[in-house]
Ligand binder design. Sequence first.
Ligand SMILES: NC(=O)c1ccc[n+]([C@@H]2O[C@H](COP(=O)([O-])OP(=O)(O)OC[C@H]3O[C@@H](n4cnc5c(N)ncnc54)[C@H](OP(=O)(O)O)[C@@H]3O)[C@@H](O)[C@H]2O)c1
Length: 290
Amino acid sequence: MKVLITGAGGQLGQDLLRVLAPRHECIGWTRQEFDVTDRRLVQERTAWLRPDAIVHAAAYTQVDLAEAHPDDAFMVNAFGACHMAQAAAAIDAKLVYVSTDYVFDGRKGEPYTEHDPTNPLSAYGESKLLGEKFVRAFCSKHFIVRTSWLYGKHGSNFVTKILAQAERRKELTVVDDEVGSPTYTYDLAECIGWLLPTERYGVYHAANRGWCSRAQFAEAIVRLGGWDDVRVVPIRSDQLALPAARPAYSALDDAALRHAGLARMREWQPALKAFVQDDLGYSRRKERDS
Ligand SMILES: NC(=O)c1ccc[n+]([C@@H]2O[C@H](COP(=O)([O-])OP(=O)(O)OC[C@H]3O[C@@H](n4cnc5c(N)ncnc54)[C@H](OP(=O)(O)O)[C@@H]3O)[C@@H](O)[C@H]2O)c1
């Protein structure tokens, strides 16, 4: 298949290229090459390339900044998705739209299935949800793939930030009243690769399995990084007073993947170990230091 990847410079975009390129003819366009807010450019270039499938990974992902600049977030996340959906439909291509756990309010208290009602708490979540609605409205051959707490080699994320802090400090304060499913972009790219050849369109929850609090996540990162002497001190999220509200509990249930008979993603702990120790090379660091 010929596959177009938007947001190819981002952390998921880069892993999509790494995972899908051996199996498909992949074309990755970065923001500089392909701004999804430019409706005419999106239509013209997509019609010229004629991909069989589009994985739309481009997004405005700065959750806190989006509170102060909601128009920017809506322009990219909602209208960008609208442009991609219309462009995909015009050439009869499949479209994967990557969405988020932040479409939920986090009050359910148990993992969210694809059928649960949405109720975003932030401008970012609202903008991604409107993107989902546009995709449903304009492109029938769609996969809406909701994921959560992404980390990967090609970006600044929670894991790389905790590792950088552990290099410098003996004590890290991390919130423990936010629970979710950390997800390795490499694993998500693989899951998208399983969906692409199928015609089982619809909404999917795709995250590494299981869940933890941010503090438990940080604790696991620090230990895998080899710091036995760094302490993670749990705090409440209201002590940070971040601009955007986050769902308190946003673990995702992968019911749709199971019902489609597709492979399930692995648990979050082995995925995190593979990232920190193998991909980032912290197992070598541990050996060196001992
Ligand atoms: N990160 C998470 O924890 C998380 C959780 C759930 C869902 N998601 C979703 O997963 C997807 C991938 O996220 P990610 O973590 O890989 O994000 P990322 O690293 O921020 O990558 C997003 C990419 O989109 C590009 N982009 C921004 N505006 C654009 C525009 N107008 N036109 C074209 N490209 C544009 C960015 O380019 P610049 O860098 O040049 O701005 C960046 O390369 C997104 O849809 C996101 O909403 C992310």
